[in-house]
Design a protein around this ligand. Structure first.
Ligand SMILES: *Cc1c(COP(=O)(O)O)cnc(C)c1O
Length: 372
């Protein structure tokens, strides 16, 4: 028996229906204003988002990948420098390092949290290392304490990749405010998502704010005069207005994600070989993804699809095994935890508008598949 219609991994139409009146008004307001790039909406969103995080400043940019690139440029990470990140991450993290002219150096993740394992940092450092990019993957904060301590000892810049972790907390402080800089994505399916591409650069050193803002627009400090070479990566007014409608709901949406994740965990604890991503101590995940680890993942995923449950695999290949990154010189076996995770992980449907009943149906279907 198959669930009909199928339960989707994410369904953004439910949220739009809830927000439609407010959202349509915000979009109309922008259209009527005649101002589409870096106007009042973007300036207000930047202030509201920085206030939400309790960060000194945020700059709206075109996407999360650009936010990471701009963070590296703002910190003046020189071309040829090495930047350490996790092997288990979105390609965007690594693409941004390359765009900034630096060389990505990978480290493995911890078995429990699937985020950067600080114990892997010492062998990865060289005389050219300038920065570390921990990734708060699936909404779960990386264990920042040992990473920040290592960075401080070696005078390295820390840029947090918060693309999946809007509102997540480490030691009761929002991620994105622990490192020197933070990078957020507003890709539509993220915890805070635009209706197109968008991102934010969070700047935690007040003396870097002007530079960070200027670099997203050709390095202009004064209009049309480039003080240094920058790029064009701006959040547009429509996306900023859309994000301003959504930001006040982010906390309640994250609470709802936590509730649903706890329900999954309760329903699936002890079922077959199912394991969960474990948050480090004092880290509060915002569950961008509900990731389980399971034996025979591909077969389980196929049978769940047949049963009417859509799932995803984030990510099916760690960075070092992807064709484009063979040039980094790594081999199969170099990052065993990431490699094992990539064949075991499965993201179950999770978004704030998913119902408790739907979670129970997904769990029942999974238990069915595993007992067949
Ligand atoms: C989505 C994502 C990015 C890239 O963000 P875009 O807005 O798609 O450019 C980078 N890192 C992680 C971990 C992501 O999930």
């Amino acid at each position: 028996m198959s669930i009909d219609p199928p339960i989707r991994s994410v369904d953004l139409t439910r949220q739009y229906r809830q927000l439609q009146a407010q959202m349509d008004a915000a979009i109309q307001r922008v259209l009527a204003s005649g101002q589409f790039i870096l106007g009042a909406e973007t300036a207000s969103f930047e202030q509201e988002f920085a206030a939400y995080l309790n960060a000194p400043a945020a700059a709206g940019v075109a996407c999360g990948t650009d936010a990471i690139e701009l963070a590296l440029r703002t910190a003046a990470i020189d071309p040829g420098a090495e930047v350490i990140t996790a092997a288990n991450t979105a390609v965007g993290t690594v693409a941004a390092i390359e765009r900034a002219g630096a060389r990505p150096v990978l480290v493995d993740v911890s078995e429990e949290s699937l985020t950067m394992d600080a114990q892997r940092l010492p062998p990865a450092i060289s005389a050219r290392t300038r920065a570390i990019i921990p990734v708060h993957l699936y909404g779960c904060p990386a264990d920042l304490s040992p990473i920040l301590a290592f960075a401080q000892n070696h005078h390295l810049t820390v840029i947090e990749d918060c693309a999946q972790a809007h509102g997540a907390q480490y030691r009761l402080r929002k991620v994105g405010t622990w490192g020197d800089l933070g990078a957020f994505s507003f890709y539509p399916t993220k915890n805070l998502g635009a209706y197109g591409d968008g991102g934010a650069l969070v700047i935690n050193h007040p003396e870097w704010v002007e530079r960070g803002r200027a670099l997203r627009q050709y390095g202009w400090h004064t209009r049309y005069i480039s003080q240094e070479s920058g790029i064009n990566s701006r959040l547009d007014e429509l996306q900023a207005a859309i994000l301003r409608v959504k930001l006040p709901y982010l906390e309640q949406w994250n609470l709802r994600r936590r509730h649903l994740a706890a329900r999954y965990r309760q329903n699936l604890t002890g079922v077959g070989s199912v394991r969960f991503q474990e948050s480090p101590a004092e880290a509060d995940s915002v569950f961008h993804q509900m990731v389980i680890r399971i034996a025979d993942r591909d077969a389980v995923q196929r049978r769940l699809t047949q049963a009417g449950v859509q799932t995803q695999v984030l990510y099916p290949q760690p960075i070092h095994l992807q064709p484009a990154y063979q040039s980094l010189g790594y081999q199969l076996g170099d990052f065993p935890v990431s490699e094992r995770a990539s064949v075991e992980i499965l993201s179950l449907p999770l978004y704030p508008e998913l119902t408790d009943d739907e979670v129970d149906k997904v769990c029942a279907a999974l238990i069915d598949v595993l007992s067949a």
